[in-house]
Design a protein around this ligand. Structure first.
Ligand code: ADP
Ligand code: MG
Length: 584
């Protein structure tokens, strides 16, 4: 490759394409390490070229116990990608996606299930002077920086073995804990000593300093779980049903709920949330006025609208706060959610509550909305869907909650008994609904997702906020459990996979199409999405993929029948993407 490069000095930039192919990694001698230029770069301002480095098993040298299960491989790959990004450090032409606080299955690094060999994939901004090839800089990059990363980041011998083992064991324990939840009848577990608050609103690392109060479980909810590596851990087990988190403003309610939101993912050692986990089918809901809704049955929450539209088959290009939240709830259950999280801070009040006085002032005939408080019990009883609510401003939920947690100066206590007493004094309101109706399944029309321009669908992410999918701009600002911006790219690739493989075919329901997607991701992991395109991405959950699809403005659907329970008996893939212990 060195010679080839030397010959390209000063040549037109486009001739970099001639290097596309697989080369022996410079300086690797007989070790079998390779460098692959996967895709060239059209010009110096185009998106960077894609490259891959492969380190064969003998050279990588990882002991089998570090890669013997899908979970361990994901953890090992996560560690290596982080390390590689660290080693690349100041080299701005190398774009290595190391990931953040969550340990996700990523496009950037894979460990072979067969022998523990390692592949690292990254972006490579090919050096140019104007529109000419800068071969000297390219040589430094490809023949020096890249080999250095391979030897310093992708080989067992050059890594901190203790840190690596801790990383893998931490992830394995998180997965084991999450897998244990259904058997224990829990929706979430937060270990004593967990650190939940973050550095700041824009810093996902743990808060530090004197003021940080580590989590301590209330007596009545303390449970002990045996983990493969950490042994017995004690913490708060939150049971299935309706749970309420109350307490004064600024006492840590939202912070606890956010820990449950992100508890679907595994976290790196030192994060503070390693043992704060929730069920993989946990979905955070919020109001999102302005969003589009396509043919969702929202009549559980919204009756006779002033414009006379049919709320059992409701579409709008501009939902209100309450209708958007109602639609998001029904869509989540349609996609297979088993636990719903709602925070008063971001919820539509009129969808959550309607107290006695308002009931007497505004007759039911005039109020299209039925508040969640009247169907939340049925959601659990009839559909097996639990709810965790943060609600400091209204006591209406005390009556319907199975348990009530109070946050007081960041410390939770179990106030269920007292809440029962308070609730035994009638509030004077009457129930407005008897049950939560069966969820209507919808069949997405593939032509509404396909790209008009033939060839590859454009997939671009803008931070965690937006996805460009073909001609569609999908607003994801209110989809709060997206782990990082690369996962937005992963969502785009997952949508493309569902269309290309014909999972969305105009006859399958959305839930069925998502089941097929999950099966692919279960089998092939990140490779399934890499087959769509070599790109930096993190594997998404079905719920975020569904959320994006539901927000495509051109989406068209037909309606299948309704079924109870909502999911077609499908098993939502574990969020940890490890492939173990899916729970239905
Ligand atoms: P609430 O929802 O009850 O109003 P928040 O969860 O928003 O309260 O928390 C208020 C503030 O307290 C935030 O700045 C948060 O980072 C901080 N905080 C939350 N939990 C803790 C804790 N355990 N230790 C220290 N600070 C915390
Ligand atoms: Mg709050």
């Amino acid at each position: 490759m060195q010679e080839q490069l030397a010959r390209l000095e000063g040549a037109p930039y486009g001739r970099y394409k001639g290097l596309v192919g697989t080369w022996e990694l410079p300086g690797a001698g007989t070790t079998g390490e390779t460098f692959q230029l996967v895709r060239g770069q059209a010009d110096p301002f185009a998106p960077p070229a894609r490259a891959a480095v492969r380190v064969p098993a003998e050279r990588a040298g990882f002991p089998p116990e570090l890669w013997s299960t899908p979970v361990r491989r994901r953890a090992l790959a996560g560690f290596l990608a982080r390390r590689a990004a660290e080693v690349a450090g100041g080299e701005r032409s190398l774009r290595i996606d190391g990931g953040g606080q969550e340990v996700l299955e990523r496009g950037s690094c894979q460990v072979s299930a067969d022998d523990g060999g390692v592949t690292l994939r990254f972006g490579l901004a090919l050096p140019g002077r104007g529109r000419r090839i800068d071969a000297r800089a390219a040589e430094r990059l490809m023949c020096r920086s890249v080999p250095e990363i391979a030897s310093r980041a992708l080989r067992y011998a050059s890594l901190d073995a203790g840190a690596l083992r801790r990383f893998v064991e931490t992830v394995e324990d998180s997965v084991a804990l999450r897998d244990a939840l259904p058997g224990l009848g829990l929706v979430a577990f937060v270990a004593d000593g967990s650190v939940l608050p973050r550095g700041s609103g824009v810093d996902d690392r743990p808060a530090t300093g004197e003021g940080v109060v580590p989590f301590s479980s209330p007596e009545g909810l303390r449970t002990t779980v045996e983990l493969p590596n950490a042994g017995a851990v004690s913490g708060m087990g939150l049971r299935e049903g309706v749970s309420l988190i109350v307490g004064g403003g600024f006492h840590g309610k939202s912070t606890l709920l956010r820990a449950l939101e992100t508890g679907i993912w595994d976290h790196v050692p030192g994060d503070g949330r390693e043992l704060a986990v929730s069920r993989p089918e946990t979905v955070k809901l919020r109001a999102e006025d302005g969003r589009r809704v396509e043919r969702v049955d929202v009549h559980a929450f919204v009756g006779h609208l002033p414009d006379g539209s049919d709320t059992t088959d409701f579409s709008t290009g501009n939902a209100s706060g309450s209708t958007s939240q109602a639609a998001s709830l029904c869509e989540a259950v349609e996609a297979g959610a088993r636990v719903l999280l709602i925070d008063e801070d971001t919820a539509a009040t009129n969808l959550m509550i309607r107290d006695a006085r308002m009931q007497s002032l505004v007759a039911k005939e005039r109020e299209p909305l039925t508040p969640l408080v009247d169907s939340v019990r049925s959601l659990h009883r009839d559909h097996g869907v639990s709810t965790v609510l943060v609600m400091g401003g209204s006591g209406d939920y005390l009556e319907v909650a199975d348990r009530v947690l109070m946050m007081d100066a960041y410390r939770p206590s179990d106030v269920t008994e007292r809440a029962r007493e308070v609730a035994s004094v009638p509030a004077g309101r009457h129930a407005e609904a008897e049950s939560f109706p069966p969820v209507v399944h919808r069949v997405p029309d593939p032509s509404s997702l396909e790209s008009e321009s033939r060839g590859r669908t454009r997939i671009r992410s803008r931070g965690e906020d937006a996805l460009t999918f073909g001609e569609h701009e999908v607003d994801l600002r209110s989809v709060e459990q997206i782990a990082d911006s690369r996962q937005v790219a992963g969502i785009g690739l997952a949508l493309e996979l569902m269309v290309r493989r014909g999972y969305v075919d105009g006859t399958r329901t959305l839930a069925e199409a998502l089941d097929l997607l999950d099966a692919d991701l279960e089998d092939a992991g990140a490779e399934a999405l890499l087959a769509v395109r070599d790109e930096d991405f993190a594997v998404p959950r079905r719920f975020e993929t569904a959320a994006a699809l539901n927000r495509v403005r051109g989406l068209r659907v037909t309606r299948a029948g309704s079924r109870t329970p909502a999911s077609t008996g499908s098993t939502a893939r574990t969020a940890s993407t490890g492939g173990t212990g899916s729970t239905g």
